[in-house]
Design a protein around this ligand. Structure first.
Ligand SMILES: CC(C)(COP(=O)(O)OP(=O)(O)OC[C@H]1O[C@@H](n2cnc3c(N)ncnc32)[C@H](O)[C@@H]1OP(=O)(O)O)[C@@H](O)C(=O)NCCC(=O)NCCSC(=O)C(=O)O
Length: 401
């Protein structure tokens, strides 16, 4: 845990996080790292399913340790009216509500945006869902992979003609979360300078992905071109690809006019460096197979480390394909505090990613470790005005945990 002597960018911002897994909670994580108070509402019993995703230590996923750090856990059974009342009380005092249930779930609990704004007109409500709160698909459930496919990304993540593969992580959820965080920041700014009214931010998983799809639709519109999968290549930009070495793959991005000349000199192909046809990107794209073959012939004689060393000397962007072990051992990650030791509530230690982005005056911090289910139920309810007797009664009825 880090000391909190530095001011936090979002100190004084109170966030209620409802929803589970990645899309909503990653947004809460981001706001929490910069000092927002994030109160996570979880179902009694098992809580957020992410607590049990992937590799489990001492009964809890280690993923949970990073996704829920800096948060408070309040366990409530939202199917019960008394729990809904408690959440309304919390929301009445909050600045931001994050939710990523299927559209209609919140309304079913009597917490439509209209009802919540009647309680708290300044509330900023972030709603992340598979397809958005409007449109013909709004009622459908959505997961990140489906949003990635509908957003146009999955069609491109393949070797040509082969099965389109997942990028390896739930990037659609994380992109939705980050778009949500941007929306929250803009809405809080607007509220501050324009009279204090909150608003609703509607983020659809597939739209967050689609927003990152670069020239996909303009090219289709202008040329009727349907962009196709290109494996590790960067279509229309050359050279940029993955090349085989004696002990693995290396990425080389020689797609700048002067960089290309230095790259060709480094690979021993001064003839290509001097070829006037290859002086610009259009000429290189026309002969990309020949250029890739020249680079690949050179890399195949070397190890990844040798290629990296020679291309660093030639000032050509090149990169090893990092595994978790490579990251954990990398001095650059260490030097920029991107690998932090975090204490869990079970007294263990786990290495977790540091904080991105890095703010000079108000850097993000880990102020508290990820909570066990309901760790903060009593304290948060007491702060909301419930007496110890009321809390005990609610616990007896299974409304809270
Ligand atoms: C992720 C979902 C498909 C999951 O769908 P479902 O499980 O069918 O329903 P919901 O999320 O609406 O709610 C989950 C169930 O838990 C219940 N629930 C949740 N919290 C509570 C509390 N605190 N108390 C009582 N009950 C609760 C809720 O009533 C539902 O019950 P029942 O109604 O009885 O079932 C959907 O939430 C969804 O489409 N969300 C928007 C898109 C999104 O954010 N997806 C990304 C998730 S992460 C991801 O994509 C990824 O990891 O990959």
């Amino acid at each position: 845990m880090q000391e909190t002597t530095t001011p936090a960018a979002l100190a004084g911002v109170r966030v209620i996080e409802m929803g589970q897994l990645i899309a909503g909670p990653f947004c809460g994580k981001t706001l929490g790292e910069f000092g927002a108070e994030v109160i996570k509402i979880e179902a009694v019993g098992a809580g957020d399913p992410l607590r049990n995703w992937r590799l489990i230590k001492n009964g809890t996923s280690v993923w949970w340790q990073v996704q829920s750090r800096n948060k408070k856990s309040v366990a409530l059974d939202l199917r019960q009216a008394e729990a809904q009342d408690i959440v309304r009380r919390l929301i009445a005092e909050a600045d931001v509500l994050i939710e990523n249930f299927r559209p209609g779930t919140l309304e079913g609990w009597g917490m439509s945006p209209e009802e919540l704004h009647a309680l708290n007109p300044g509330l900023v409500i972030l709603r992340i869902s598979g397809y958005g709160q409007t449109g013909p698909y709004r009622d459908l459930p959505g997961f990140g992979v489906i949003g990635e496919a509908m957003g146009g990304l999955r069609h491109l993540t393949a070797e040509p003609g082969r099965v389109p593969v997942r990028v390896g992580v739930s990037i659609g959820d994380t992109l939705a979360a980050l778009h949500g965080a941007i929306g929250v920041m803009m809405a809080l700014y607007h509220r501050k300078v324009n009279g204090g009214a909150g608003q609703v931010i509607d983020v659809a998983l597939h739209e967050a992905v689609f927003n990152c799809m670069e020239s996909l639709i303009p090219e289709y519109s202008a040329f009727g071109v349907v962009r196709e999968a290109a494996g590790s290549a960067l279509p229309g930009i050359a050279p940029s690809n993955a090349y085989p070495c004696q002990d693995g793959w290396v990425l080389v991005a020689g797609n700048g006019d002067s960089i290309f000349k230095r790259l060709m000199a480094a690979v021993g192909r001064q003839d290509l460096a001097d070829d006037p046809q290859l002086a610009d990107n259009a000429g290189r794209v026309a002969r990309v197979a020949e250029i890739d073959a020249a680079i690949g012939a050179w890399t195949a004689t070397l190890t990844v480390a040798q290629v990296m060393e020679r291309l660093a000397a030639a000032r050509v962007p090149a990169g090893k394909v990092y595994t978790a072990r490579d990251i954990a051992e990398d001095p650059h990650y260490q030097a920029r505090d991107m690998l932090l030791t975090q204490q869990t509530r079970d007294g263990d230690e786990v290495t977790v990613p540091g904080i991105c982005p890095k703010l000079s005056a108000t850097p993000g911090t880990i102020r508290s470790s990820a909570p066990r289910l309901g760790d903060d139920t009593d304290a948060v309810l007491a702060e909301a005005g419930l007496t110890q007797e009321q809390i005990a009664l609610l616990r007896g009825k299974g409304v809270i945990q």
